[in-house]
Each structure stands twice: as C-alpha cells, then as structure tokens.
Design a protein around this ligand. Structure first.
Ligand code: NAD
Ligand code: TYD
Length: 334
C-alpha cells in the first residue's frame, strides 16, 4: 500500500510521516513538499532513517507531475498549505494559490483516479471563526475572518462540492491548534520557547486573553490514523483537545518551565481581526473511539524538551535571511 502525504516536511506532516513509517513499516510513504520557507531541510534528516519513506520536491499546483505521482497511490493525506495567519494578512496571494488551487489540483486527480480509495483533507478550526462560548460542530456555518482561514474554508467548500458532484472518497478533518516538535518558530509556542532560550523578548498580541484549544501533534496523527481506517467518506470530523488556554497563561507556563522571568514578555499591537476564541466539539470522532492521550502539561513539557535538545534545527530557521527579514519587518526594535 502507498500513502501520499503532501506537505510532509512541515510541522504536522513530518510528524505524521514519522508516525506512519514507524507504525506501518510495510506501507510506502510518498512525501510531496515544495520546500517553501516553512519546510526546514533538516527535518528530512530526521526522516532519512525510514526505508519506507520517499521524498519528492514538488509544488502541488503543478497538475501534470502531481497527477503522475498521486495516481500511483492508494490514500492521500493532504497537509500542504500556507499556514501562518500573520503572513496571510501581509501577503494573501500564495495562500489562494496553494490552499485553494493546490487543493483543486489534488481533487481533479482523485476524481479521475481508480486507485485512490481515500482522500483525507486536512483543515482547521479557523474556518468557523471565533466563538464566545460553547463549541462549533461540523454543521456550524463557516465564518473565516482572515485570508488564511478564508483560503482554507474555500478549499473545504471545493472538497464538499467534489464529494457531492463526483462522489469522491474524501473526508475533511478540522483540528484545533497543534503544538509539538518540528513546528516553525514563527508560530506562538515555538517562538515563545526559542525566544526565551535566547533571552529575547516574546511578543504577546493585544491583551493576551485570546483562547486556543491546544492539541498535541501526536494526538493529531492518531486521529488521522483512525480516520484512514474508520472515517466515513463524505463526512467532516472536528478534532479538539478540550484543553483551552489563554495565550498569556501559555506564555507564563513556558517561562516558568524554562526558569525565565516574565519581563521577557512584551505587549505588542493586536493582530488585525484577531479571533478571540476557537472551540470545537469532537463528539463525532469520539463516537469512532478517538480521545487525545496527551494532556497540555505533558505535551508542553515534551515540546520544550525537544526545542532545548534540537537547537540546531530551530537555529537553522531563525538565523536564515528569510526569517530575519520577516521578523525585522514586524519588530524592527526587538
Ligand atoms: P506548515 O506551515 O508547518 O507546513 C506546511 C508544509 O506545506 C511545508 O512543508 C511547505 O513546504 C509545504 N507546502 C506549502 N506550499 C506547498 C505547495 N504549493 N506544494 C507542496 N508543498 C507545499 O503547516 P502545518 O502547521 O504543519 O499545517 C499542516 C496542515 O494542517 C495545513 O493544511 C493547516 O491548515 C492544517 N492545520 C494546522 C494546524 C496547526 O495548528 N498547525 C491546526 C489545524 C489545521
Ligand atoms: P499562532 O501560533 O499564529 O496560531 P493561530 O493564529 O492559528 O491560532 O498564534 C496562536 C495565538 O498566539 C494567537 O491568538 C495569536 C497569538 N500570538 C501572540 O500573541 N504572539 C505571537 O508572536 C504569535 C506568533 C501569536
């Protein structure tokens, strides 16, 4: 059996590739990634120990090459995307290209394929927008509030249209915020850990009272594994951790664990249209038997240890001209 994973050098994708390669040595994993700024080439060194892993540098928007490779596979798990909200506010075009056009390219292959038995489309809680109290269910209306979320919501709608029109064997899975090893240090938790390790200021947007529901990345991998086996084509599944935390509390926890002072926190202007709270109900996937096994405390300890022990990995990104330029443009004085 062959599984194609798109975006398998990114954060969740690379954790998933490792998870599958370890658990199912008999399955061939074809990892398709364009190697954008978000993919660290050092991640590939961590995957090189697996003989059932093959890497292919490829843009999912390239119809011909994508068709050739995906047509040889049985299952597709599609992670590849532009993913950072702040970058989508500054430059949305790549989000429209990869997240929407890229998904369309894959859907066309699935539509015309006789070998692909399941297409797992990876989506996000951000498509529902913010919720003051309670949690969104799979049938809740989409209400994206930034270009990243809008591009992911558009991709979801395309998938739904292909399910309805062409009966493709697709399902959509929407996760809450993930955290864990191999996450790019532009994102909140790895930025906080690595800045703290470097004794640099950590930007906290607005009042820091925003709430995210933090799901450890290995639980995400377990959920996808379960959906490959038991997920019903045509369905949407939410996956949350039921571990809501305010940003300020996450930051204080990280600083305490690293023995650093709270004066490293610097309040910066809020993100435009910042979603106050994301929350999903996971009752539907729970009925298939899924529950997260990592609580936030265990997950954050493992994440911190990983960044402490893998300085070479994150310094490769943080010292790159691309990251330096990005960070300087946001925070010229930090
Ligand atoms: P990431 O930014 O860490 O990785 C994305 C990967 O996709 C990178 O390796 C990049 O090189 C690759 N990529 C980008 N454009 C490509 C293209 N045109 N062709 C091929 N490869 C391309 O992202 P992530 O955080 O691992 O997120 C993975 C998926 O999970 C995304 O679809 C995202 O929307 C979704 N998601 C993420 C979270 C989260 O908290 N990180 C939560 C819910 C859903
Ligand atoms: P992020 O990791 O960008 O994920 P998302 O926007 O998908 O939730 O941000 C998580 C939260 O942390 C979000 O409320 C924005 C906030 N944040 C900061 O306060 N400071 C930062 O430097 C970053 C990157 C995010």
């Amino acid at each position: 059996m062959k599984i194609a994973v798109t975006g398998g050098v990114g954060f969740i994708g690379s954790n998933f590739v490792r998870f599958v390669c370890k658990k199912y040595p008999e399955i061939q994993v074809i990892n398709i990634d364009k190697m954008t700024y978000a993919a660290n080439p050092l991640t590939l060194e961590f995957l090189s120990e697996f003989t059932n892993h093959t890497f292919m540098k490829l843009d999912i928007c390239h119809a011909t090459e994508i068709k050739e490779i995906l047509n040889e596979c049985d299952i597709i798990v599609h992670f590849a995307a532009e993913t950072h909200v702040d970058r989508s506010l500054a430059n949305p075009e790549t989000f429209l290209l990869t997240d929407i056009l890229g998904t369309y390219r894959i859907l066309e292959v699935v539509k015309n394929s006789r070998s692909i038995t399941k297409y797992i489309h990876i989506s996000t809680d951000e498509v529902y927008g913010s919720i003051e109290s309670g949690s969104f269910a799979e049938h809740s209306p989409l209400n994206p509030t930034n270009p990243y979320a809008a591009s992911k919501a558009s991709a979801d709608l395309l998938v739904i249209s292909y399910i309805r029109c062409y009966k493709i064997p697709a399902l959509i899975v929407r996760f809450t915020n993930n955290f864990g090893p191999f996450q790019h240090p532009e994102k909140f938790i790895p930025l906080a850990i690595t800045n703290a390790l470097e004794n640099k200021k950590i930007p906290l947007y607005g009042d820091g009272q925003q709430i995210r529901d933090w799901l450890y990345v290995l639980d995400t991998c377990r959920a996808i594994d379960l959906l490959i086996e038991k997920g019903e084509p045509g369905q949407i599944y939410n996956v949350s951790a039921c571990q809501e935390r305010k940003n300020i509390d996450v930051l204080c926890k990280i600083l305490k664990a690293l023995g650093k002072d709270k004066n490293l926190i610097i309040n910066v202007p809020d993100r435009i249209a910042h979603d106050k709270r994301y929350s999903l109900s996971s009752e539907k996937i729970q009925k298939l038997g899924f529950y997260p096994v990592y609580d936030f405390e265990k997950g954050i300890d493992e994440t911190i240890s990983w960044y402490v022990n893998n300085e070479k990995w994150w310094k490769f990104i943080k010292n790159s001209p691309e990251f330096q330029k990005y960070y300087k443009s946001r925070y010229p004085d930090l």
